[in-house]
Design a protein around this ligand. Sequence first.
Ligand SMILES: Nc1nc2c([nH]c(=O)n2[C@H]2C[C@H](O)[C@@H](COP(=O)(O)OP(=O)(O)OP(=O)(O)O)O2)c(=O)[nH]1
Length: 132
Amino acid sequence: MPVWMPVVAIALVDAEGRVLLQQRPARKHHGGLWEFPGGKIDAGETPRDALAREIAEELAIQVKPCDCAALLLAEEAREGQPPVVLMLYRATCWRGSPDGREGQTWGWFTREEARGLALAPMDRELVERISD
Ligand SMILES: Nc1nc2c([nH]c(=O)n2[C@H]2C[C@H](O)[C@@H](COP(=O)(O)OP(=O)(O)OP(=O)(O)O)O2)c(=O)[nH]1
C-alpha cells in the first residue's frame, strides 16, 4: 500500500477568467462537493500525462501536457488512509468543448461564485489561493 496518494487537478480558465468546477459523485470520498477536474496518478504516469488522460475521460477535451502550468499544492490527511497530495495545474487553452462524460454536474465560475459552492476541503483552500 502506497504511503501517500498523488492526485492531479486542473484549473481550466476561460476567456472571462472563470474556472471550471465539477461536482464529485455522491458515493465517492467528498461526494457531492465541488472540485477541480482530475484524479489519481497511475503508476508509470507523469502528473501532466495523468492530467491529460483524466480531462479527456471526464470532460472530453484535449489539453496538451505542455499547455499545463504547475500552480499550487495542497495536502489532506485522512484517518487510517494515506494522505492525498493534490497538485493543481492551470491551463487557458485546450481543444473541444467540455462535456460531462461521467454524468457529473459542472460549470464555469468566477472566483466569487466558486467561493459560494460547497467545495471539497483542499479545493476551498486552493480557490482562496488562486484568487490572490
Ligand atoms: N480530482 C480531484 N480530486 C480531489 C480534488 N479535491 C480533493 O480533495 N480530491 C480528492 C478526492 C479523492 O480522494 C482524490 C481523487 O480521487 P478521484 O476519485 O477523483 O480519482 P480517480 O477518478 O482517479 O479515482 P477512481 O475513480 O479510480 O477511484 O482526491 C480535486 O479538486 N480534484
